[in-house]
Design a protein around this ligand. Structure first.
Ligand code: HEC
Ligand code: HEC
Length: 448
């Protein structure tokens, strides 16, 4: 009874929002995030001409699915987009990633397409994920505007209507805003909501780091490899004096896996993982070719076909490219996903090396993808940008195989650090045990 009354007053919703972020956010921020949260879940913005009604939360689920908890990802290898006769496809280009901590990413999407949350949200609202085709931007914005203006909220509580929420959050009268002003504000509200989605940093790994007073990440511009060896040295000292503490959820097997994960030189197994998956986010926010695109291409077109694929140089390349921003299939010969190659800024990229020509630099960017975080992998399967690996064991076995191929010079433009991964099959279970310590306790009903 009490529960029903609370629901009717909207009290539960307010409570849910009080849990946003790690500390109690300013009132204004929480109002904006609350509005953004509603927009994020609204499936009326998708194109009426598509055969699916998508909202952001269709592909970025948390606890809506009976199959289990998600860290704002779905269960598909590639999420479903609404089918349109003008662009008959069912699948997204890539696997949907977690969006926790996306506010900390200088570039978004696996291929770095967007450099701000606002840019991403606007592009997505008017894009293929919501069933819109290129050229339909204004149509999509008109639809968003119409729905916002006519919205009456959830019925029980008129304060929950979009006009009321916009008024409370931004002090504006939606009727008086131009279409573009209203869209900018809606985009800002969704982005403000995304900024509240953070990892909690309370995992067994975080507690291990804290209990042993270890550094949580590189200091300043410290090289990740230097940081990794500093961390391992400190652990070795603590072990020698029997002072190393293992908190609950972080056992000896996880510790063994952690050592492989951080080790980047010396004899024996060395994962070299932290060079790219650098704590505390477990990503270097950069782009690397791990051979995943090559494998998918060769699988469709035949062994070694990616090596022979003709890819234009800097002067001829049209980027982003339809041919090279596509999932390989027999129906689309010579199409491949070259990732960041499509968007990298040849003149200003920090990844460009001194003295490197445009052509050489662009070649080096072939099939590079943004390093994904390794936090909360329990809630983000399947893995890799292709979503081709349903278990961590299978993903790591593939990385081991690709690292061997890279050493044999068989990965076209493979990252130099890929060849530096030297692990054996026997390391995989301890690496998985370590990765498991990076899972938060995401609980049903938990609202970010
Ligand atoms: C059809 C499924 C789908 C829908 C709908 C969708 N997304 Fe995504 N989202 C994806 C996929 C797939 C990616 C990865 C895209 C890529 O890398 O090419 C992604 C990437 C992202 C990222 C980037 C994460 C990162 O670290 O780079 C953010 C943020 C995001 N989506 C937010 C949103 C928001 C906000 C909406 C609603 C406006 C939305 N998404 C709608 C599937 C979807
Ligand atoms: C050279 C940089 C680099 C190194 C070294 C590296 N990774 Fe990665 N890792 C990446 C990139 C980039 C991807 C995404 C590749 C793709 O989808 O095309 C990735 C993907 C993954 C994934 C899938 C994550 C997901 O959400 O889909 C896992 C798991 C992973 N790496 C674990 C490891 C482990 C364990 C090691 C060490 C043995 C390691 N990686 C070493 C860059 C690296």
């Amino acid at each position: 009874m009490v529960w029903r009354k609370l629901l009717a007053t909207g009290f539960v919703i307010a409570l849910g929002f009080a849990a946003f972020g790690q500390s109690q956010p300013a009132k204004e921020t929480s109002l904006r995030a609350r509005l953004g949260f509603r927009l994020f879940k609204d499936d009326r913005f998708s194109s009426p001409q598509g055969d699916l009604q998508n909202s952001c939360s269709s592909c970025h689920l948390s606890d809506e699915d009976p199959q289990g908890m998600r860290a704002h990802t779905d269960f598909f290898a590639r999420s479903w987009v609404p089918w349109r006769s003008g662009d008959p496809r069912r699948d997204e280009l890539r696997n949907s990633p977690t969006i926790l901590d996306s506010a900390l990413m200088p570039r978004l999407h696996f291929d770095g397409e967007f450099s701000s949350l606002e840019g991403l949200v606007k592009g997505t609202l008017a894009g293929r994920p919501m069933g819109w085709l290129p050229g339909e931007e204004e149509l999509s914005f008109e639809r968003v505007r119409g729905i916002i203006l006519k919205d009456t909220g959830d019925g029980a509580n008129s304060d929950s209507s979009y006009p009321a929420l916009f008024k409370a959050a931004y002090g504006v009268d939606t009727e008086r805003l131009s279409k573009s002003e209203l869209i900018e504000l809606a985009v800002r509200a969704i982005s403000d909501y995304l900024r509240t989605l953070k990892t909690a940093r309370t995992t067994p790994y975080d507690r291990f780091v804290q209990a042993n007073a270890l550094a949580s990440g590189p200091e300043g511009s410290e090289d990740p490899k230097h940081f990794a060896s500093r961390l391992l040295n400190k652990i070795a000292v603590l072990e020698k004096t029997r002072a190393l503490k293992l908190p609950g959820g972080f056992d000896a097997v996880a510790l063994k896996g952690m050592k492989v994960f951080f080790r980047a030189d010396g004899i024996g197994s060395r994962g070299n993982c932290a060079t790219c998956h650098t704590p505390p986010l477990f990503t270097d926010l950069s782009f690397h070719n791990m051979g995943i695109s090559q494998t998918e291409y060769d699988h469709v077109n035949g062994e070694r076909s990616f090596a022979a694929l003709e890819i234009p140089g800097a002067a001829q390349a049209e980027r982003p490219s339809r041919q090279f921003r596509e999932t390989p299939s027999l129906q689309k010969p010579r199409c491949a996903d070259l990732g960041y190659w499509n968007f990298v800024d040849l003149s200003n990229s920090p990844l460009r090396r001194a003295g490197e020509s445009d052509d050489r630099f662009l070649q080096r960017m072939i099939a590079t993808f943004k390093t994904p975080t390794l936090r909360n992998l329990a809630f983000t399967s399947p893995y890799m940008h292709t979503g081709g690996f349903t278990t961590l064991e299978s993903a790591l076995t593939e990385l081991m195989r690709l690292s061997e191929m890279a050493r044999a010079g068989q990965v076209r433009e493979g990252d130099e650090e890929l060849a530096q991964i030297i692990i054996r099959e026997a390391d995989i279970s301890s690496l998985v045990a370590f990765l498991t310590t990076l899972n938060e306790e995401l609980k049903p009903g938990q609202k970010y």
